[in-house]
Ligand binder design. Structure first.
Ligand SMILES: *Cc1c(COP(=O)(O)O)cnc(C)c1O
Length: 351
């Protein structure tokens, strides 16, 4: 296990700065007269309570999520989607044009986009042909300025879980932060890496309410890590980054874990049927194993099939131009009707 010292890798300006102290940070407790935040004291045109700024620390929500995920409240961070913590990680740890990050294509596009915005040079180490980590190559790509390694498991767009031992080896061999993006973990038969955050001070796990929970429109992503890393993210985030509607809706939805699990089981069952039916399509060459709510399929001619499906009002994601994914289409598991429509169209195309 390499030595990990958070203060050695936080950008010096971030380490030194005073965070903005908002009105709701400076007073905690019970009061009845709030004249501290220049809100409209008369009320709101949007509904009861919306004239007040929301809790900048999302305390109630954090306690509830911590309980569900079996972590401590101070190990939880909420962002405006997972995209926010991804951006904040670059801003917190990567001095522009100096510090670097490693990504392992084909993977989620936002790691690279946010790196570009933040002027963080990226080192890319391709996954293997079956979309696993080339661990030795990743470890030799680490430089003294490498601060972040992004690993997506289950991976988007391939759908597979990364071998756990490989991920652990990278965590144990790196003195920067390993980000394990688990946006699709609910659909997988594997334990979350959140069980390891107490053990590894350089591990950060991303999850989201956008997929299994069915709340993509609300924009709420989660990051889990030891308190020191979470505190850095809290220090630099926008004070009121999660609006009250989202905080309240997510808080309520968390009472329905059973319903969420039921939806996940239904989606997993449909996934199985969809894969079986895709196997019988003449235009499908290969179906990659998936632990997510989508499946990557290799087809005879992805651009043509994509276009054909669009003409039938069916949109899938072409990954044809992505590394290792030539002729790949990424297909989300839909409702039974949607899946039927897709399969009929594919059979129509290749008949
Ligand atoms: C969908 C997805 C997310 C979630 O993004 P949100 O901003 O939380 O909606 C994160 N990572 C990956 C790999 C995804 O596919």
């Amino acid at each position: 296990m390499l030595k990990f010292n958070l203060n050695d890798i936080v950008r010096p300006n971030v380490l030194a700065m005073e965070p903005y102290s908002c009105a709701r940070d400076e007073f905690e407790g019970e009061a009845s007269v709030f004249l501290d935040a220049n809100e409209n004291s008369l009320g709101s045109l949007a509904g009861e309570g919306y004239n007040r700024y929301p809790d900048p620390r999302q305390t109630r929500l954090r306690m509830k999520v911590a309980k569900l995920k079996n972590v401590k409240p101070e190990q939880v961070f909420f962002g405006n989607g997972s995209d926010e913590p991804i951006d904040l990680l670059y801003r917190a740890f990567c001095r522009p044009n100096i510090d670097r990050a490693i990504i392992v294509p084909p993977t989620y596009g936002m790691y690279k986009v946010q790196a570009s915005i933040n002027e963080t040079p990226i080192d890319e180490v391709l996954l293997t042909d079956d979309f696993q980590l080339q661990t030795d190559k990743i470890l030799s790509a680490i430089t003294p300025n490498t601060k972040l390694i992004f690993i997506c498991s289950p991976n988007n767009p391939s759908g597979n879980l990364m071998n756990r031992a490989d991920v652990v080896r990278i965590i144990e061999s790196f003195s920067g932060i390993v980000v394990v993006d688990e946006a699709y973990i609910d659909f997988a038969e594997s334990e979350s890496f959140t069980t390891l955050i107490d053990k590894y001070p350089n591990l950060l796990v991303l999850q989201t309410f956008s997929k299994a929970w069915g709340m993509a429109a609300l924009r709420c992503g989660m990051a889990f890590a030891q308190k020191d890393i979470i505190d850095v993210l809290l220090k630099i985030k926008y004070p009121y980054n999660i609006n009250i509607l989202t905080q309240e809706a997510v808080f309520k939805a968390l009472d329905n874990v059973k319903e969420k699990d039921l939806m996940v089981s239904t989606i997993k069952a449909s996934r199985k049927t969809l894969v079986e039916r895709l196997m019988n399509c003449n235009c499908v060459r290969y179906i990659y194993p998936t632990d997510a709510n989508f499946v990557l399929v290799k087809v005879v001619d992805a651009p043509a099939i994509y276009k054909y499906l669009v003409s039938r009002g069916i949109i899938v994601r072409s990954r044809h131009n992505v590394a290792l994914c030539a002729n790949g289409l990424r297909i989300t598991v839909g409702t039974e009707t949607e899946n039927n429509t897709l399969i009929s169209a594919l059979n129509e195309f290749c008949k």
